[in-house]
Design a protein around this ligand. Structure first.
Ligand SMILES: C[S@@+](CC[C@H](N)C(=O)[O-])C[C@H]1O[C@@H](n2cnc3c(N)ncnc32)[C@H](O)[C@@H]1O
Length: 226
């Protein structure tokens, strides 16, 4: 029986039954050098947007196998990786061995319920929104607002429908899959206005949106000070 896109736990556990599959579904490849280099690029984007500071507690929504966690954790006080998939988190535990300031947390797929209100300095989610329904993207923006301390920072990204390479992703999926045969995790693009709307509606201040590499739309903002 085909899986429902919104049944994130079952969909993502079934995509990550082996290390090979998990790495492939996280990034599209399994080459370790590229995996590490791409994570360094992600951390550079976080540095340029929300900033990365030694006293920060950082939280990632949809952390996968800890691709970014492994690279960012030496630069922050604590890194918390949240994911819907227990299989992904098991592999993340292996990737993060020897990094004592990292913590992993399984979540429902719809909220950050185990995380306390106003307890983290920065929340980010990368390469995740394309796999979620729009309502669930926004629910995570609201949850980020809840768990951030006043003045805390939030970053999110998605493939940009309005970019040349984003449009190619859209067309590739449209032409490749019949309507009833689309995989549950198929990537669905956003636009900069969608991301901006979600951040502003959730109450973030200092909202910025931008595009990158003719492919990504991303946005960031701050939780207003109390
Ligand atoms: C393409 S991977 C990206 C992983 C990681 N962010 C990275 O950049 O390496 C997508 C991740 O999102 C997780 N995920 C999918 N749906 C989710 C949901 N509703 N809530 C939390 N995590 C989710 C998957 O289990 C997977 O680990």
């Amino acid at each position: 029986m085909s899986q429902l896109r919104g049944d994130y736990k079952s969909v993502w556990n079934s995509l990550s039954g082996s290390k090979h599959d998990a790495y492939l579904y996280v990034s599209g490849y399994t080459d370790e050098d590229k995996f590490h280099a791409d994570a360094e690029d992600t951390v550079d984007v976080l540095r340029e947007t929300v900033g990365v500071r030694p006293d920060d507690t950082f939280l990632e929504i949809g952390c996968g196998v800890g691709r970014v966690g492994r690279v960012i954790s030496p630069f922050v006080k604590q890194w918390i990786g949240c994911d819907v998939s227990a299989n992904m988190l098991r592999l993340a535990g292996r990737r993060l061995l020897g990094l004592p300031n990292t913590r992993l947390q399984e979540i429902s797929g719809y909220d950050l319920q185990p995380i306390k209100d106003a307890s983290v300095d920065a929340v980010y989610t990368t390469v995740v929104f394309m796999h979620l329904e729009e309502w669930d993207r926004y629910n995570y923006v609201l949850e980020a607002m809840r768990v951030l301390k006043p003045g805390g920072r939030f970053y999110c990204d998605n493939v940009d429908l309005a970019s040349p390479a984003g449009w190619a992703v859209f067309e590739e999926s449209r032409l490749r899959f019949k309507p009833r045969e689309r995989p549950a995790q198929i990537s669905k693009c956003s636009t900069q206005p969608e991301i901006e709307t979600f951040l502003r509606r959730a109450g973030f201040a200092d909202v910025n949106v931008a595009g990158r590499l003719n492919f990504w739309a991303y946005g960031w903002g701050k939780k207003p000070a109390a």
